[in-house]
Design a protein. Structure first.
Length: 560
């Protein structure tokens, strides 16, 4: 790393204290949105202190979903929030873990790059961390860096030390340190307590970091005397004590931070001259979420990891985006596929639409297959994603094409009909991390198909994260049964999308469309899926009342 890092960009660092899961990712994304609305080019990165190289091999129950970028990086779910808020596609450089830092340093040491020096945390580890901050500066006015974990964790110390050095390297006027902390309300005492925040800031100061702005998570409004106390004991201006309460929707957070002029304080600290933000469209979008004009639809997500909704965070947000596009609210129920296997898919009869998301391993698969059968036979709108597509193929092969015991080679290696199987290129792979088909790949849409009408394009690019594919040896048999292969890789070698032409809405994808959905631009498949749910709800309501429901055109829902 050069002795003097680039100071052309400005840098914002966001740390957290007291407890984890306070919402640093949403705070970082919201600040990013406010600065984008001021005309600045913004990017955001996440430093994760764990020693895994990336979250790709971690259980969804521990770390939530794995968010995949266009360049095939498996990253923290907060990158999904960043992309959705600042509307910019990110890359591997935007998520850095302790594991990746040490992997890079050890590789350099083995090559002899350090010329016989003793490799140490300072300067080698901290220089590697600083290089990742600087890497994102070109082309951006502001780089926002969120440090995972909580101040005081031993794992995060190298990152905090690197930030201390970096602020000195580029000059304090080019950086802002924002510390997110907790001001709890103690019912027994009947008051808000500032001591946890004071202790957290003191820990930062012991490392050599003085926060410029405090964002205080609280269940209650912060009275002026509490703000004054926090400012006095934490050595910040009272205007830099920002209240952050829970909102009805995460997309409301930028609006509430703007009300407190947080972005004004940031640009003032950084010496930036920008226009005032125009949040009119964002406010309109939030109003649609909170007060949908077309009522509510019920959607079930039948998956393997539904005990932790963060396992499907991008699915959740993409469904909300589909609701925004249709001016409809969503009641989403997260159902275990194992429970469906136990009590039968007929228990889904009250839902307007059902989605089956991705996953790995055999557990709960039969419940998903039974769910697909019910949705296909009853004409319930269905969207399958990754494993959802594979379950749809298995169900169709068994129950329509008569291929008994058809299965995926992943779940049943001895199946006589492996309708889902590994590609030849995957057969010799033994490493688990980063070895799947990852990142953005193109697909060609078949003329006259439903998805061609939904997308309004002949060719698309979508993000993948999977190892198993549709077995081409069975494509003719499945097509003869009536299954439509409506999206294929260029040259037709791989199945990307399937559909049933005569079904109200039956679409499944090998890729993950939820990863590219935005609150201001719903993904076409999610907009169409929610539109189909609205149409089913209205049709059922009309049948019950003897009237005629309002018809939704799913093919153009959410499109200008």
């Amino acid at each position: 790393m050069p002795d003097t890092p680039m100071a052309d960009a400005k840098y914002i660092f966001i740390t957290g204290g007291v407890v984890s899961s306070l919402g640093k990712g949403i705070a970082a994304a919201s600040i990013g949105r406010l600065l984008v609305e001021r005309g600045l080019a913004v990017t955001i990165q996440k430093f994760d202190p764990y020693i895994n190289v990336d979250p790709g091999t971690m259980s969804p129950f521990q770390h939530g979903e794995v968010f995949v970028t266009d360049d095939g990086a498996e990253t923290d779910l907060d990158l999904g929030h960043y992309e959705r808020f600042i509307n910019e596609s990110l890359s591997q450089a935007n998520n850095v873990t302790t594991g990746r830092i040490y992997q890079n340093i050890i590789s350099k040491e083995r090559r002899g790059d350090f010329l016989g020096a003793t490799v140490q945390v300072i300067p080698h580890v901290t220089d590697e961390i600083k290089s990742y901050i600087q890497m994102l500066a070109p082309g951006h006015d502001v780089v926002i860096t969120e440090v995972g974990g909580t101040v005081g964790d031993i794992e995060s110390l190298p990152f905090l030390e690197a930030i201390r050095q970096f602020r000195q390297d580029v000059g304090w006027k080019n950086t802002v340190l924002i510390h997110l902390t907790l001001v709890p309300y103690i019912a027994a005492a009947g008051e808000l307590k500032t001591k946890p925040t004071q202790h957290s800031v003191r820990e930062l100061m012991e490392i050599g970091l003085q926060p410029d702005i405090l964002v205080c998570r609280t269940e209650w409004p912060l009275p002026e005397e509490v703000r004054r106390k926090v400012a006095r004991f934490c050595n910040v201006d009272m205007r830099d004590v920002i209240e952050s309460r829970d909102m009805d929707t995460i997309y409301e957070v930028p609006l509430r931070l703007r009300e407190q002029r947080l972005d004004d304080r940031i640009v003032e600290h950084l010496g930036l001259e920008t226009s005032e933000p125009d949040l009119t469209d964002w406010e309109s979008m939030v109003e649609r979420i909170k007060h949908p004009g077309r009522g509510e639809v019920r959607v079930a997500v039948v998956g393997k990891y539904t005990a932790l909704v963060d396992s499907y965070k991008s699915i959740q947000e993409a469904l909300i985006h589909g609701g925004i596009a249709n001016d409809a609210g969503l009641r989403i129920d997260w159902l275990s596929s194992e429970a469906i296997d136990a009590k039968g898919a007929e228990s889904l009869s009250s839902y307007d639409a059902v989605l089956i998301p991705g996953g790995f391993g055999q557990r709960g698969v039969e419940g998903m297959v039974d769910t697909v059968r019910y949705l296909r036979e009853q004409g319930v709108p269905f969207l399958g994603i990754c494993l959802g597509l594979q379950c749809a193929i298995i169900e169709f092969a068994r129950n329509v094409c008569g291929l008994e015991r058809a299965d995926s080679a992943e779940f049943e290696p001895e199946t006589p009909h492996p309708v889902i199987s590994l590609l030849d290129s995957q057969l010799q792979v033994t490493m688990k991390g980063g070895t799947m088909r990852l990142g953005a790949y193109p697909a060609e849409l078949v003329a006259g198909s439903r998805v061609r009408e939904i997308y309004g394009e002949d060719e698309i690019s979508e993000r993948h994260r999977h190892r198993y594919e549709v077995n081409n040896a069975y494509r003719d048999a499945l097509a003869a049964g009536g299954l439509g292969f409506s999206g294929l890789s260029p040259g037709g070698g791989l199945v990307e999308i399937i559909e049933l032409p005569d079904h109200p809405f039956f679409v499944a994808t090998q890729f993950h469309p939820e990863l590219k959905s935005r609150p201001t631009r719903a993904h076409p498949l999610f907009a169409a899926f929610v539109a189909a749910a609205v149409e089913r709800r209205d049709a059922r309501s009309a049948m019950e009342t003897g009237g005629v429901g309002e018809r939704t055109t799913w093919a153009t829902a959410g499109r200008e």
